[in-house]
Design a protein around this ligand. Structure first.
Ligand code: GLC
Length: 543
């Protein structure tokens, strides 16, 4: 059975190819420099031709954009600069007509500081019920209640005019909600219903592992906090067991729909803790960022794949695979960077390229590996998440001028970290034009001159282009992807070779010298072959 035939099935998400759209940088229909919903509607034929199963739409809600839209003013409305609720309905219809599902982002850990609840909390006196929906505490004189750092740098506490402090694990404009509060819980259930009623097929849950916190006093100091990857439920701020009670309630609501709405957790937790987020009575699926964080190395890839397939089997979910998203340096660039002795890619901080100290990127090598990586990923059992522009082999934009940067990580680190804007630059549709076909106006993040060469227009008619590779790969995968099993073919230590049901083989050469291909018909390869040999940094599919 192919995945398109599965689309009305409750299990459609298990083997789906999901394409992430960062709406403010995809397509701009009204020329204001900011992508919008009608822009996406106009590109549905492109998405259909690409061959994806679902779109994951990053936040499109009203927002001051203190954190790219992850600072939400109102969870049940559309940013007027992006469109209206009617535009969402139109988008749902257009995608569904093309047999594409829609997953929307939901941001439960924090609201924006412009959310009605937070405005009310600030206007209310200390100790009033309006403040209980957030995490307000007294400090110690002019010192915050603890020395905790926010993820984006600087203190995790901000002071109000009357001297109290509120917790914000991200930017100060993103106050953390108090998930012990019944009204907070009830309101998010209403939001899940609101979008599900409108035909949305699933949810991507932002920092799903952050909601519950242990704020008992004395709060431990930052220096004594365990690493999240080693805390196993004992960290006061991340991945606490209590969070799963929330998702059990969510699952009940999501299961009221036919087919049940899907959900995928963004949870930076150790692999063994991921299963809880992905359980059938929880969200159902969780992102696995292990390949995204792995260097381009045979051993690492093999270990990550084995571990994650075993875990998905154990908990009855399916694995997820992803190389790029709106938070990390594009993988076509990462794979072209010199090997990183500092462990830059660890702990999900792949986006923390220090400002001004980027090493030289081997663009050609990066692209060759990125193309090999995507064929490898698409041959694995489970669902594959793609990020807009990766189908063009797009590189990170490293040269954004400081005055154009938007990421709070840049500002809160006082420029020490460049942040994530380089992967969020609006994608190029045409070779030329004011914003390379993004819209009739400019572009809120400046596109470099070299963007035109990566455009859809430049690649469309070229059979060897990265766009053509993605289109072919998705079409071939649709006919071959079935079941959850994978069998390793052991041979050379730097060649990742496996078979899937139906005789589908995928073989990737991580080594430096070409290797002999097995005796079978090559259906697709990520780069040119050398006779019957597979060159370095290349993947081939055979049958
Ligand atoms: C998630 C999002 C990221 C955002 C953060 C805070 O990690 O992917 O973009 O900044 O949550 O909401």
């Amino acid at each position: 059975m192919t995945s398109k035939q599965l689309t009305n099935d409750a299990d459609w998400w298990r083997q789906a190819v999901v394409y992430q759209i960062y709406p403010r940088s995809f397509a701009d229909s009204d020329g204001d420099g900011l992508g919008d919903l009608q822009g996406i509607v106009s590109r549905v034929p492109y998405l259909e031709a690409l061959g994806i199963d679902a779109v994951w739409l990053s936040p499109f809600y009203p927002s001051a954009l203190a954190d790219g839209g992850y600072d939400v003013d109102d969870y049940r409305a559309v940013d007027p600069r992006l469109g209206t609720l009617a535009d969402i309905d139109q988008l749902v219809d257009a995608l569904h007509a093309a047999n594409i599902k829609l997953i929307v982002d939901i941001v439960p850990n924090h609201t924006s500081d412009r959310h009605a609840w937070f405005t009310e909390a600030l206007a209310a006196p200390k100790g009033s019920p309006a403040r209980e929906r957030y995490i307000f505490r007294e400090g110690d004189g002019d010192q915050p209640p603890s020395d905790w750092d926010s993820v984006f740098g600087g203190s995790a506490w901000a002071q109000t005019a009357d001297g109290q402090w509120y917790l914000h694990m991200f930017a100060a404009e993103q106050p953390d909600l108090n998930w012990e509060h019944p009204e907070v819980r009830a309101d998010f259930l209403q939001t899940l219903r609101f979008w599900s009623d409108r035909g949305v097929d699933g949810f991507r849950v932002d920092v799903a592992h952050a909601l519950m916190k242990d704020l008992s006093e004395p709060m431990p100091s930052q220096a004594t906090l365990p690493r999240v990857s080693e805390s196993y439920g004992l960290h006061p701020l991340w991945d606490r067991d209590g969070v799963h009670e929330i998702y059990r309630e969510w699952r009940q609501v999501l299961n009221e729909y036919d087919p049940p709405r899907s959900a995928v957790a963004e949870a930076f937790v150790p692999a063994s803790r991921r299963a809880r987020y992905a359980s059938a009575d929880g969200l159902g699926q969780a992102f696995n960022f292990d390949l995204l964080q792995a260097d381009w190395e045979y051993d690492k890839f093999r270990q990550v794949i084995e571990e994650n397939l075993a875990l998905a089997d154990q908990n009855g979910s399916s694995s997820t695979w992803v190389f790029s998203n709106h938070d990390v340096v594009r993988h076509a660039t990462r794979y072209g960077l010199p090997k990183d002795p500092s462990g830059l890619w660890q702990d999900g901080k792949a986006w923390l390229l220090s400002n001004g100290t980027e090493p030289t990127v081997d663009v050609e090598l990066g692209l060759r590996r990125a193309r090999a990586a995507v064929l490898l990923m698409l041959a694995l059992p489970g669902s594959a998440y793609l990020y807009q522009g990766e189908e063009l082999g797009l590189q990170e934009v490293g040269e954004l001028p400081a005055a154009n940067l938007q990421d709070p990580a840049y500002f809160r680190s006082k420029g020490a970290e460049k942040g994530r804007d380089g992967c969020r630059v609006p994608i190029p549709w045409t070779v030329g034009g004011l914003s390379f076909g993004f819209g009739s106006g400019g572009s809120h993040l400046l596109q470099p001159k070299w963007f035109g060469g990566y455009s859809v227009e430049a690649q469309e008619g070229d059979v060897s282009s990265t766009l053509s590779l993605y289109r072919k790969a998705l079409a071939v995968r649709r006919g071959l992807q079935t079941g959850n099993s994978l069998t390793w073919v052991d041979g050379t230590d730097w060649v990742l070779h496996f078979t899937r049901p139906g005789g589908w083989q995928s073989i990737t050469n991580f080594g430096v010298a070409p290797v002999e291909l097995p005796d079978a018909a090559v259906v697709l390869s990520s780069g040119p072959l050398e006779g019957d040999k597979l060159p370095s940094d290349t993947t081939a599919w055979l049958i």
